[in-house]
Design a protein around this ligand. Structure first.
Ligand code: MG
Length: 272
């Protein structure tokens, strides 16, 4: 299934299923409700929306785990070696925005905002201390994320909390694809375009630490819960790695496309 979230006239968000370009309702449930139910829906209770509604924020994850330097060429372009164990950091639930929402920041905070297109894993159930073999059972599906990063804060702060976790710095969605539709999450092309220009042209086969290993690794330290999201790292082609470096500014449009999932698009705005 391809699941989305759309905004009703009263401003609340409702889960929907995307089929052949049309949106079908999922009872009166949010997308997070559906994830918590393991994706169980009753198609007899669905009805087709008369018009395709505006698709937006898929859901607000309880936790957002990220892994840094998980693609060798990306680590190298920023002058880093591959880590010998996963480099785990977090973004905050309030950093999440949906399709076509605006990535924004104040120039007093950062002037070096960069893109990182990433495959995101959506956790489907509570889990602790699981093995790699058990990891697939815990995964609900996959979506797209942009791990927006303030490079000046990343370099200047000892922790990455501000650099990675600011409001609007985690565009997510627009579609959550259930795991049964993704035969191999390590066999997907992943591309990022800025104003239509191809910047990142990677493949999830290039991931160093694979998804089952990462999910099991995280579960040893944290209780995984339905709706938690794991950003699996970005391939080469970020702005800081360009010569000269290139950073985002007002009006720039960033699109991340992952094979079998779709395209996540957001526009940037520098606040004043
Ligand atoms: Mg990243």
């Amino acid at each position: 299934m391809k699941l989305v979230s759309y905004q009703k006239l009263d401003g609340t968000w409702q889960g929907g299923e995307l089929r052949d370009g049309e949106v079908f309702t999922l009872g009166n449930m949010t997308l997070l409700d559906i994830i918590k139910r393991g994706g169980k829906i009753d198609r007899n209770e669905q009805f087709k929306m008369r018009t395709v509604p505006k698709i937006g924020l898929p859901f607000r994850p309880p936790k957002i785990f990220c892994v840094g330097r998980n693609y060798a060429e990306h680590a190298a372009e920023l002058g880093n070696a591959l880590p010998d164990k996963p480099l785990i950091f977090s973004k905050y639930p309030t950093s999440v925005i949906g399709q076509h929402e605006t990535i924004e920041w104040h120039p007093d905070l950062t002037q070096k905002v960069d893109w990182e297109g990433e495959l995101a894993v959506v956790i489907g159930k509570t889990a602790k201390n699981i093995t790699e073999e058990e990891a697939l059972d815990v995964i609900f599906g996959y979506t797209i994320a942009n791990d927006v990063s303030a490079r000046d804060l990343q370099d200047g702060d000892k922790q990455w909390a501000r650099a990675k976790g600011m409001d609007t710095f985690c565009p997510l969605g627009p579609v959550v694809v259930t795991k049964d539709e993704i035969e191999d999450p390590h066999n997907l092309s992943i591309q990022t375009r800025v104003n239509g220009q191809l910047m990142q042209d990677g493949h999830t086969s290039q991931m160093f630490f694979k998804i089952p290993y990462l999910v099991a690794y995280l579960s040893r330290a944290f209780t995984l819960e339905a709706g938690d999201v794991l950003l699996t790292g970005t391939p080469a082609g970020v702005g800081k790695g360009m010569n000269p470096p290139l950073f985002l500014t007002t009006g720039d449009e960033v699109s991340v496309t992952i094979e079998g999932i779709g395209t996540l698009t957001n526009v940037c705005r520098v606040l004043s």
